[in-house]
Design a protein around this ligand. Structure first.
Ligand code: SF4
Length: 251
């Protein structure tokens, strides 16, 4: 998900590349903490991970093309079970036809369904988009609300979408976006032992400084797409290698 700016693949810089020898980190003997937080959450280790991510992805941001908070909201709803590239293809024409919340709110649902069909789950997404747009028009004066509580009242909007909109569109750190990449990376980097996104988010909010919540999620998403892929993580390319406890590293 990203503003309009698309960056080229960010690689870990050659210099300062940590040794690939698996680390015996200070946390290795810490054991699993009671609250389900991973064993690797001691502050020094977390700081080292944040530093590595900053070095590799200093300008990570959302990859969904958008010009305003409303478009980001719609694109994020469309991105469920769909790639950002596909969403961006669809929205490149969609936002010309539907330029504001009113246009979506009172759209012809059969037409809208066909227009967003390539993103999958198009019937449910149409209901969510029209329902959210209607509420924005009729209850929020045509503006996307800026609080988690209000955003969660919109159809089709759960914490992940609300965090994306608040963080990327408004710069409000309301939590940590937990998508499939963040979920996978949190486990591989041993930052959380939980599998439920809300619990993972809680774990991350405890160990990541609040001022890093927004970019940290973007950085993990970028890392998950470019290097730490679900099926074939490119561990030889990874500047977090020494900090990673994943037992199936590929190098
Ligand atoms: S699994 Fe591999 S690519 Fe992923 S964080 Fe660990 S070392 Fe890096």
């Amino acid at each position: 998900m990203a503003g309009k700016k698309k960056k080229s693949v960010a690689r870990a810089p050659e210099k300062n590349q940590p040794s690939r020898k698996p680390a015996k980190t200070a946390s290795a003997g810490a054991g699993v903490q009671k609250n389900g937080v991973g064993r690797g959450t001691n502050p020094a280790r977390v700081r080292a991970i944040l530093k590595g991510l900053d070095e590799a992805y200093p300008a990570a941001t959302c990859a969904l093309t958008h010009e305003n908070p409303f478009q980001l909201l719609i694109s994020t709803i469309l991105s469920a079970q769909c790639t950002d590239e596909r969403v961006n293809q669809v929205t490149s024409t969609l936002y010309r036809k539907y330029p504001n919340p009113e246009a979506f709110a009172y759209a012809n649902p059969a037409e809208l369904e066909q227009e967003i069909r390539p993103t999958g789950f198009f019937r449910n997404k149409t209901k969510s988009i029209m329902g959210a747009s209607k509420l924005i028009v009729e209850k929020f004066g045509g503006k996307v609300p800026k609080t988690m509580e209000e955003l969660l009242t919109l159809p089709g909007v759960a914490r992940k979408t609300a965090n994306v909109v608040l963080g990327t569109a408004f710069g409000i750190a309301s939590g940590v976006v937990v998508d499939t990449h963040v979920q996978r990376l949190a486990e591989r980097l041993d930052l959380s032992k939980n599998t439920d996104p809300k619990k993972i988010e809680n774990d991350l909010m405890k160990i990541i400084p609040e001022e890093k919540w927004i970019i940290f999620a973007h950085q993990l998403i970028w890392h998950g797409r470019r290097v730490c892929r679900a099926r074939y993580p490119m561990c030889a390319e990874c500047n977090l290698y020494r900090l990673c406890y994943y037992p199936h590293k590929t190098a």
